[in-house]
Write a protein that binds this ligand. Structure first.
Ligand code: NAD
Length: 493
């Protein structure tokens, strides 16, 4: 993990109460109800956000629909849209310190990682999508008809974007940037606990020149405002990132309404270490893979599979190294692992570690909360000797927990890696190029990393297979899922 030292001056921000962003205006919710926003590193309330009603959500969809229909954004040329999206990226870079402070106080992200990860990725997503806006389009089709046939890629209309708590900035951008590049309007429902950066991005999008009504941000509960967005007949596509359980429900509602959906769901990736790996390099990737974002990372690597000759060696190294990973205040520039985003997430980790103890697993490191300033901390934890059928291995813990299992053959490693319901990411460490390609082809995952972890880039598509979902974000593939194809055939008679 690259920790930067240009975050020394970033301090906890003062944030006033935030409102809904509908049709270019900041408004209170119709009910006047508000949700407290808590700093996970202290457990203290830092501000509150408006909790939207179904009527507020309806107003946002109507605004997005009107903006789409009158062409204030959808009818701009790709080049004009690109100019504004590039301006968004510039503003994200210019306002980086402010964004980092907001994201850190809301999610508990270490400020030292927020710049190279969250801020940079967000800026690059807008830049990448700006390039796509100028180059994407239809194509001519050769046909024996006496006709000129071509396709047009047209925007879908109003996109309902629903995002989870763990990477608020990056995941909202991974939907809003391609949706805007393609000419759509958006109604965004961020996670109830971590909506602050989405509201800040609404300011930035407006400052960059995105017209009123084109992007609307409605904050509130998933069961009310999220559900209303899913069910709304004025929405043309649902772009959902979140848990498999809610995704399953969202996909069924979209199916009932015959709306296209992309589903970026849970993960539980296996990280395979073959005996021919560069162990020192592998250890860095292993630790990054499970502590990054305090393990609240859908593409984390919480299931380590180690070829038997290296098994005890790797456990010994992890037992020495993991307690030394700097855990602490996200505003301390030396912190690598911050608190979890909410106390309920720590309690979930505690339940899984308790199950591991009851199954007589070996706790190699961690295994308990870290009592620090009233925050939601859990020590990075390594657990050995569980079987593949354990719930601790099978289920998505979504915390800083690594399970470690031995294997004897390449086929066994692949079977163990593929042996859960999930298929988002996977990875392997090996010095054998042929094995790298062979195993990568057999792993059931949307992305496979070899000899490192979490190498993500707006140009490289990612997404799930199996219960990790369908559809791809990033890359040109992302733009495709925000457009529909129309064929035009002109008679030459
Ligand atoms: P979640 O499923 O609880 O919530 C996701 C979003 O759905 C939130 O905005 C929530 O308010 C909303 N929601 C809840 N109920 C709803 C309903 N009935 N109708 C509409 N919306 C509703 O997920 P979470 O706990 O915020 O995030 C963690 C999960 O997200 C993990 O499973 C993680 O793996 C997954 N995730 C996946 C990716 C990916 O790219 N595949 C990325 C990040 C997180």
């Amino acid at each position: 993990m690259t920790v930067t030292d240009d975050t020394v001056s970033i301090t906890r921000p003062q944030i006033g109460p935030r409102q809904l962003f509908i049709d270019g205006q900041w408004r209170e919710s119709g009910s006047g109800t508000r949700t407290d926003i808590v700093d996970p590193s202290t457990g203290q309330v830092v501000t509150s956000v408006a909790e939207a009603t179904e009527e507020d959500l309806d107003a946002a969809v109507q605004a997005a629909r009107a903006a789409f229909d009158d062409g204030r954004w959808s009818a701009l040329s790709g080049r004009e849209r690109a100019r504004i999206l590039n301006r968004v990226a510039e503003l994200v870079r210019e306002r980086a310190d402010e964004i980092i402070a907001v994201e850190s106080v809301n999610v508990g992200k270490p400020v030292s990682l927020c710049r190279p990860v969250d801020v940079l990725t967000t800026a690059e997503q807008y830049e990448y999508c700006a390039a796509l806006a100028q180059t994407a389009g239809g194509s001519n089709r050769e046909t024996p008809l006496n006709a000129h046939a071509y396709t047009r890629r047209e925007p879908l209309g109003v996109v309902g974007a629903i995002t989870p708590f763990n990477f608020p900035l990056i995941l909202s951008s991974s939907k809003i940037a391609p949706a805007l590049a393609a000419g759509n309007s958006v109604v965004h429902k961020p996670a109830e606990d971590t909506p602050l950066s989405a509201l800040l991005m609404a300011e930035i999008l407006t400052e960059a020149g995105v017209p009123a009504g084109v992007v609307n941000v409605v904050t509130g509960k998933g069961s009310t405002v999220g559900e209303a967005l899913l069910q709304h007949q004025g929405v043309d596509k649902i772009a959902f990132t979140g848990s498999t359980a809610i995704g399953r429900h969202a996909a069924s509602v979209a199916g009932q309404n015959l709306k296209p959906v992309t589903m970026e769901l849970g993960g539980n990736a296996a990280h395979i270490v073959f005996a021919d790996a560069d162990v020192e390099k592998a250890i860095g990737a292993i630790i990054k893979g499970f502590v990054f974002n305090t393990g609240q990372f859908c593409m984390g690597g919480p299931r380590l599979l180690v070829e038997r000759p290296l098994y005890e060696t790797v456990l010994t190294i992890l037992g020495d190294a993991v307690p030394g990973v700097p855990v602490g205040d996200p505003f301390d520039p030396s912190t690598v692992v911050g608190p979890m985003a909410a106390d309920k997430h720590v309690r979930k980790v505690e339940e899984y570690v308790q199950i591991a103890r009851e199954e007589n697993a070996r706790i190699i490191a961690g295994g308990e909360r870290l009592d620090l300033s009233g925050g939601f901390y859990y020590k990075p934890t390594v657990i050995a000797d569980l079987t593949n059928s354990s719930r601790v291995v099978q289920e998505e813990i979504f915390g800083p927990v690594l399970t470690v299992q031995p294997f004897d053959t390449e086929d066994e490693a692949i079977a163990l890696a593929n042996g859960t319901e999930y298929g988002l990411a996977a990875g392997l460490q090996t010095g054998n190029v042929a094995r790298a390609h062979r195993v990568a082809a057999k792993l059931q995952a949307g992305i496979v990393w070899v000899n490192d972890w979490a190498m993500l880039d707006p140009a490289v598509p990612f997404g799930g297979v199996k219960n990790s979902g369908f559809g791809r974000e990033y890359g040109p593939e992302a733009l495709e899922s925000y457009t529909k194809v129309k064929s035009v055939v002109i008679s030459l008679d």
